[in-house]
Design a protein around this ligand. Structure first.
Ligand code: GUN
Length: 286
């Protein structure tokens, strides 16, 4: 078998066209464009790339977009004051604080301060709790992007065996909740898991989000599986690698995502969809 490639770049471009139309409908109804703010603390090079891409997406779909650049030396209290100001800013329907934050900043306290109705990253404990309780509100972007990709395969999630290699707060855990919500039987592996390969081999849907190139080998793939590679690692020459040995895995899988051009663009689409949803839920937004 040779897998079909799930082309996240092309699917994301199609989704952005739909989002652009939804924005036009808002404007036609006398409403404001959805407004997204991204808070970037310090000058981490990778964060700079991500933030610029998010701002470019916003321009493409007609969102109001703001990037707030804040010095790496900012005090916890000053950053918290910026969060409260964004919570109160009616031109901003959603915002996120790009991670990682400098070491002296308590990221959990920052996330906890974000108004859950504006938490378009879906990281706030309220939004994770809503997903856990089967009443999703604003959903974490990467897991939501993965669900949009799974949808494109036409695969029946109900009853499927899914394995998530990662139990992280921002990807593994909400990913497992999304899959559970979709009716999968979910296995989550983490650093204490005795046999990750065995958990992978039983998966109809295999999702890896570890950040270890080559971790997922060809003989870990169940024939006909959907393989979603969320890992992203930049080597010393600047080339990006996923967790999955793509060529070997593609021989067994039915569907597989490339890196780059798989999950990344869909994470950004999920951010746009969340911002649109946050805007649409504001009453009296003219
Ligand atoms: N850093 C890398 N990816 C993300 C993301 O999706 N959201 C935030 N806030 N920070 C990130």
């Amino acid at each position: 078998m040779t897998a079909q490639v799930l082309d996240g770049k092309a699917i994301a471009a199609a989704c952005r066209r739909d989002i652009r139309q939804a924005v036009q409908r808002r404007l036609g109804a006398g409403l404001r464009p959805p407004g997204l703010a991204v808070v970037l603390v310090g000058d981490d090079a990778a964060s700079e790339v991500y933030v610029n891409a998010k701002a470019r997406d916003c321009r493409q779909v007609g969102f109001h977009s703001v990037v707030e650049r804040i010095a790496a030396t900012v005090a916890q209290e000053a950053l918290e004051a910026r969060i409260l100001a964004l919570n109160a800013d009616t031109s901003i329907h959603g915002f996120l604080v790009q991670l990682p934050l400098p070491e002296h900043i308590d990221a959990n306290r920052i996330i906890d301060l974000i108004d859950p109705a504006k938490d378009v990253d879906g990281f706030h404990p309220y939004n994770i709790g809503r997903l856990a309780l089967r009443r999703p509100a604003l959903r974490s972007c990467t897991p939501m992007g993965v669900m949009l990709l799974l949808d494109r395969t036409g695969m029946e999630c109900r009853g499927a065996q899914a394995t998530v290699i990662s139990a992280s707060n921002h990807i593994g855990r909400p990913m497992s909740l999304e899959l559970l919500q979709a009716g999968c039987t979910v296995t989550v592996t983490h650093r204490f898991t005795r046999d990750v390969a065995a958990a992978a081999r039983q998966a109809d849907i295999l999702i890896s989000a570890v950040g270890k190139p080559g971790l997922v080998q060809g003989d870990w793939i169940k024939p006909g599986a959907v393989v979603i590679d969320v890992g992203i690692t930049r080597d010393e020459r600047g080339k990006l690698h996923g967790d999955v040995d793509f060529d070997a895995a593609a021989k067994a899988a039915a569907w597989i995502t490339p890196v780059p051009g798989g999950v990344g663009p869909m994470t950004r689409v999920a951010l746009l969809l969340n911002t649109l949803q946050a805007a649409d839920e504001v009453l009296d937004d003219g």
